[in-house]
Design a protein around this ligand. Structure first.
Ligand code: 13P
Length: 253
């Protein structure tokens, strides 16, 4: 945790959720009482088809919503794409960009991710820029170098604490039940903070929320959130259960 930063717990539903699952968001809202609201910010990133309805369902709850990706373009002949402005129009506050599943399955490079983050900022969304090494890169001792390069290549110049969130998600920890040690997370988050300092200036970098993601569960959240420079979590599977998502939020608070 960074004492001066209010933590953010964001749920990434990925390609899960039909209208019936809006009930999960409503249940999270019911459990997000005054004390928890004071201590931790919450966001849910549903599939695009649910975005507008979810934002409507969450009115008054102070739970934000976010897209899971956005186009680098603002409009035009880009079949199947969703612009940052469209997400904003549907009520979004955030847009995840550069998730490892996008980088791997859709060939997104650091330059692509940066362009998407810039498009998000232009539409007044806060990009949650994801970075993280593969298992092979960690085993080769390259994790720090890979992530620093992703930060340099993916984060828009001029970003501030108010316009940027970064999520460290080791690829090998996503959906596997595996997590890095607290010491490894501490080392990586300190390195990310330092790299952001070089790119954005120390003052801006010191306030940017750095989330940890990858197999965050109620059982490991407190330990992970206690690590220096961990200012919240990006939660996949566990965000689809209201009880688990709220338990993680409480561990963060
Ligand atoms: P899991 O929490 O299911 O490991 O997913 C993490 C993730 O990819 C969030 O973006």
């Amino acid at each position: 945790m960074t004492r001066s930063i209010k933590p953010l717990v964001a749920g990434n539903w990925k390609m899960n959720g039909l209208r019936a699952e809006l009930a999960i968001a409503a249940e999270v809202a019911r459990g997000y009482g005054a004390e928890l609201r004071h201590a931790v910010d919450l966001a849910i990133c549903p599939p695009a088809t649910l975005h507008f309805a979810m934002t409507a369902a969450l009115i008054g709850s102070r739970i934000a919503t976010g897209g899971q990706d956005c186009s680098a373009q603002s409009s035009g002949a880009f079949t199947g794409e969703i612009s940052a402005g469209m997400l904003s129009d549907a009520g979004a506050t955030y847009a995840i960009v550069g998730h490892s599943e996008r980088r791997t399955l859709h060939g997104e490079t650091n330059a692509t991710v940066k362009a998407k983050a810039e498009a998000a900022q232009k539409a007044l969304l806060v990009p949650i820029v994801c970075v993280g090494e593969t298992q092979a890169e960690r085993e080769a001792g390259k994790a720090l170098a890979v992530v620093k390069k992703q930060i340099r290549g993916s984060v828009p110049e001029g970003s501030t604490a108010a316009t940027l969130v970064v999520a460290y998600e080791p690829v090998w920890a996503i959906g596997t039940g595996l997590t890095p040690t607290a010491a490894d997370v501490a080392e990586m988050h300190a390195a990310i903070r330092a790299e952001l300092g070089k790119a954005l200036g120390k003052a801006a970098a010191s306030g940017v929320r750095l989330l940890y993601g990858g197999s965050v569960k109620p059982s490991n959240a407190a330990e992970l959130m206690n690590v220096a420079h961990v200012d919240g979590a990006l939660v996949g599977g566990a965000s689809l259960k209201a009880e688990d998502f709220l338990a993680i939020a409480k561990a963060c608070a």
